[in-house]
Every structure is written in structure tokens, then in C-alpha cells.
Design a protein around this ligand. Structure first.
Ligand SMILES: *Cc1c(COP(=O)(O)O)cnc(C)c1O
Length: 368
């Protein structure tokens, strides 16, 4: 057992069992005589690791056959460019929903490639909520609609999947694109409602660098923008089962171990229940205290990233220092918002959250 609980927003905590298994297999994977890092990506050993990782993901998320799973590099940030390069097509325009800093990054990158409209925004309320579908305006001829299902910095999470046929100007034929980096596999989700989903691995499924893309096959027929490099075309990777070039082999292997761990936990329905329990423990404490405060609209609060402030910011440093002494680390809020942030992804054990809540109560008692 490790002695700390790591509340980092990413790279983030991984299941201890996964790290132990990786340690055991480090020098000699399944009597192959090789570390996974040393294997040819085209050899039968690594091919079996990649295949099993994909099929475990497909099973966990219930991914239909007409969707491709791609294991790419460059993190979720590379998708901010790859999505418009590949999906704008001759329409040349797309709609984005703006719920905070990650949405904004995706929007500003997409603007390099086409005409980008804001379908809805929560800017007026300080990005502390999700704009209800009744406020969305989909522009005519849009190639797709993009949103971030969980704003890792603001702690704002969609508790619903947008139904574009119910939005003004929308229709069910418009592909829905989601940046799921920080809540991927934290709950069940219906893949068939999306055109494309992407998720950087380092929040919930593995090491940084790897980004998982789930894309509906018909979208691969859209011609990419002229000049799109081979490495930035989804079709390149789909046609070569993510082996066009050397994929991030070790990261895929670790992700495979995390998929097996998730299955052992009982899959996404079971992990969702645990995530609800963990998040509720912290939010209940915050809401019954005048010492701690969370600015996010209750209905839109993230189960993965809990931002909170102390009533006296002058106590921030003491809070962080004493938390650290209790083995509770990486609680400092994002530099842009200050305060605290507890990231409690799938791999954060319930005991970690209980320890945090006990510490927060005690700190309040001593300083209120
Ligand atoms: C972390 C994060 C990203 C960026 O991921 P990188 O791997 O650093 O590129 C993008 N979107 C969301 C929602 C994130 O949480």
C-alpha cells in the first residue's frame, strides 16, 4: 500500500493493482523474455496486447461495430486540430459549446481551419454551469457540434448527452463530437449518440500522450482539409489499425491493464455508483459548511474534479501544507482559478475521499 492519496487532475492516480502488475511484468511479459517496451509493435505479442485492450474497451463501453477505435498520440490537445481538419469537409463550418477552458482551447484551435460558431455558452455565469439545451442554437449547414463533457478545471460536467434533434436548428443527422478526456469511462454512455469521442488517457485510463478516439465509420469518408498530414488523418490510422507508425505501445499496454481492472470492478455501472458516492461525500461536506464553498451550479457539478475555496484564502497555504502532512497531495486548484481542486477519478479509492473529508472537517474545526 502506498502512503499517500494523489488528487492530481492529470496525469492522475492509477489503480495500485495495475501498477503492481506492470512491475511484475516489467522485465519479462508472459514469458516472452521481453518488456512490453521492447516489443515490436507488429509482433504477435504486442498485437495481442493491442487487440485485447481494444476489445476490453469495446466491451466496457458497448461500442457498436460501425465505430472504429484508434489509439493515437499527441494527447487530447492534438484532437483540437484533428477534429476540424477531418470533419469540417466542404461544409467548412462547425458549432462549439463553450463551458470553460478546455472548450475554449478547442474553439480557438478549430478557428484555424474553418468558420466556428458558438452554439451555447455559460460565459455569462462565469462558466459555472452547463447551458440547457433550450438555449442552444445550431447554425445551418454545420459539419458537427463539439462540446467538452467534463471541464476539468472548472469542475463542470454534463449529466446528460445532448440530443441535437431537440436543439433549435439542430437535427439527429449532425455528428456530435465530445472531448471526454476527464470523465471517460467514469459512467455508462451511449456511444451511438456520438459521431466522434476523444479522450486523453492520463485522467482516467492510463499514461499521458495516448489519446483514444472512437469514430463512426461513415465520418472517415469526409475528405480531410487539403494539406492535412498523413499522421493527422483519421483514415490513415483506421486503415492501419493504429499501426501506421509506431503507436505508444507501453501506454496502450497500461490502458489494457486498466480496462481489465475496470471489468473486475463490475464495469461502468458499478464504477459510476462508486464515483457518485465519492463525489457526494465531498459535496455534502462543502454544502453543509460555511467554511468551504463550491461555485458550480449543483446540477452541473463534476464527479471527477471538485473545485472548492476556503472562506479565507489566507488559509490556503496552511490547508495545503497540513493536507500534505496527512498524505493528501496535489489539492492545489488550477493556477487560473486558485483555491483547491480534488480530482477523484475512477482509481481514487473511497478511503482516499474519506480521509480527505475527515481532514477537511478537522481543518474547519481548527480554523473556523
Ligand atoms: C487534460 C485535458 C485535455 C488536454 O489533454 P493533453 O493530453 O494534455 O493534450 C483536453 N481536454 C480535457 C477535457 C482535459 O481534461
Amino acid at each position: 500500500m502506498r502512503k499517500i492519496y494523489n488528487f492530481s487532475a492529470g496525469p492522475a492516480v492509477l489503480p495500485e493493482e495495475v501498477l503492481e502488475q506492470a512491475r511484475e511484468e516489467m522485465l519479462d511479459w508472459h514469458s516472452s523474455g521481453m518488456s512490453v517496451m521492447e516489443m515490436s509493435h507488429r509482433g504477435k505479442e504486442f498485437m495481442s496486447i493491442a487487440d485485447e485492450t481494444e476489445s476490453a474497451l469495446r466491451e466496457l463501453a458497448g461500442i457498436p461495430d460501425h465505430y472504429k477505435v484508434l489509439f493515437l498520440q499527441g494527447g487530447a490537445s492534438s484532437q483540437f486540430a484533428m477534429v476540424p481538419m477531418n470533419l469540417l469537409g466542404e461544409k467548412g463550418k462547425a458549432d462549439y459549446v463553450n463551458t470553460g477552458q478546455w472548450s475554449a482551447k478547442a474553439i480557438s484551435e478549430a478557428r484555424n481551419y474553418g468558420s466556428i460558431q458558438i452554439a451555447a455558452s455559460s460565459e455569462n455565469d462565469g462558466f459555472n454551469s452547463v447551458p440547457p439545451l433550450a438555449q442552444w442554437h445550431i447554425s445551418p449547414g454545420t459539419a458537427y457540434v463539439h462540446y467538452a463533457s467534463n471541464e476539468t478545471i472548472g469542475g463542470v460536467e454534463f449529466q446528460w448527452i445532448p440530443d441535437l434533434s431537440a436543439a433549435a436548428g439542430g437535427s439527429k443527422d449532425i455528428p456530435l463530437v465530445a472531448d471526454m478526456s476527464s470523465n471517460f469511462l467514469s459512467r455508462p454512455f451511449d456511444v451511438s449518440k456520438f459521431g466522434l469521442i476523444y479522450a486523453g488517457a492520463q485522467k482516467n485510463v492510463g499514461p499521458a500522450g495516448l489519446v483514444v478516439v472512437i469514430v463512426r465509420e461513415d465520418l472517415l469518408d469526409i475528405p480531410p482539409l487539403a494539406g492535412t498530414p498523413a499522421m493527422f488523418r483519421y483514415k490513415t490510422h483506421a486503415d492501419n489499425t493504429s499501426m501506421y507508425n509506431t503507436p505508444p505501445t507501453y501506454a496502450i499496454y497500461i490502458m489494457g491493464l486498466v480496462m481489465e481492472w475496470l471489468k473486475k470492478q463490475g464495469g461502468l455501472t458499478a464504477i459510476e455508483q462508486r464515483n457518485i458516492t465519492k463525489a457526494r461525500l465531498i459535496y455534502d461536506l462543502i454544502d453543509t459548511s460555511s467554511f468551504y464553498h463550491c461555485p458550480v451550479n449543483r446540477a452541473d457539478r463534476s464527479r471527477m474534479n471538485v473545485p472548492f475555496t476556503l472562506s479565507d484564502p489566507g488559509l490556503d497555504e496552511a490547508f495545503l501544507k497540513q493536507a500534505q502532512a496527512h498524505g493528501l497531495i496535489q489539492l492545489k486548484g488550477h493556477r487560473s482559478v486558485g483555491g483547491m481542486r480534488a480530482s477523484i477519478y475512477n482509481a481514487m479509492p473511497l478511503e482516499g475521499v474519506q480521509t480527505l473529508v475527515t481532514f477537511m472537517r478537522e481543518f474547519e474545526k481548527n480554523h473556523a
